[in-house]
Design a protein around this ligand. Structure first.
Ligand code: URA
Length: 258
């Protein structure tokens, strides 16, 4: 078999893996993989897609970067599904929009508001972007087992980091009318956070009959004074927390799903 086009992987390289941990940043992949297997190894890098394979308690697990946003995330799902992966857990970072969310609390997404474009190529906008309930349970179990503070609920998943998340500190400072006032609106509707991949992940996985979940660490709080700028210290802590939670959730899934 040829290597698959974007990921530059072939089935033999995955050693029969069914489980994938996804993260946006290619530089985070090695750290996550080595958390569950100090002997994990790099298997491919092409464009924004870096892949490492390791064994979590004898079970092969691939950790791969999606890059930022829907288009590249959908490519990862499509190509990994062809290679035998059926369970996807996104470990990422997000921006909280509820005052009571502290940094770096975990946010387990049950459903995503589809503010992306990619998911509309797979299903009409009325189709809900929902996480797999067993993965949500496993993520909750993991956060409880690790005594990590967490919140469970709805995420606004955007295509644009600046206007899509109503950030006025962009180059122009201008936000089109459609997005003006949306942060407050989502907040009033009880939405927990902003990130950029879950809408695509959940929609594509449901359409393709695959399982997906998403846990992110809040690295900013957009509605708390002085907590709306990303700090390197918080980011480093977040990476460790999401890796631990994701790995614990996988262990839980190994014991509960076929
Ligand atoms: N990722 C996002 O998409 N938004 C944030 O505010 C932080 C991380």
């Amino acid at each position: 078999m040829e290597r698959i086009y974007h990921l530059q992987l072939k089935k033999e390289m995955l050693k029969g893996a069914r489980f994938a941990l996804l993260t946006g940043n290619p530089q985070r992949v090695e750290k996550i993989a080595k958390f569950y297997d100090p002997r994990a190894r790099h298997i491919s890098t092409h464009r924004e897609f870096t892949s490492w394979l390791g064994y979590l308690d004898t079970v092969p697990v691939i950790t791969i970067s999606t890059g930022i946003g829907g288009p590249s995330t959908a490519i990862v799902i499509e190509e990994l599904a062809k290679l035998g992966i059926d369970t996807f857990i996104r470990l990422g970072t997000s921006g909280a929009i509820q005052k009571y969310i502290k940094l770096p609390d975990l946010i387990i997404t049950t459903g995503a508001i589809r503010l992306d474009g990619t998911s509309t190529h797979y299903a009409p906008i009325e189709y809900p972007a929902v996480a797999d309930h067993e993965i949500v349970s496993a993520l909750i179990h993991a956060a409880d087992a690790l005594s990590l503070p967490y919140h469970v609920g709805i995420t606004a998943s955007t295509d644009a980091f600046y206007p899509g998340q109503e950030r006025y500190e962009s180059f122009s400072g201008y936000i089109i009318k459609n997005f003006q006032g949306t942060l407050q609106e989502w907040q009033k509707l009880g939405v927990l956070n902003y990130e950029m991949e879950s809408a695509t992940l959940f929609t594509v996985c449901n359409v393709l009959k695959l399982r997906a979940g998403c846990i992110t660490c809040a690295i900013v709080n957009r509605v708390v004074k002085n907590k709306d700028q990303i700090q390197q210290k918080t980011l480093a802590l977040a990476e460790e927390i999401i890796a631990k939670a994701g790995i614990e959730a996988l262990r839980q899934l190994f014991s509960t799903i076929s």
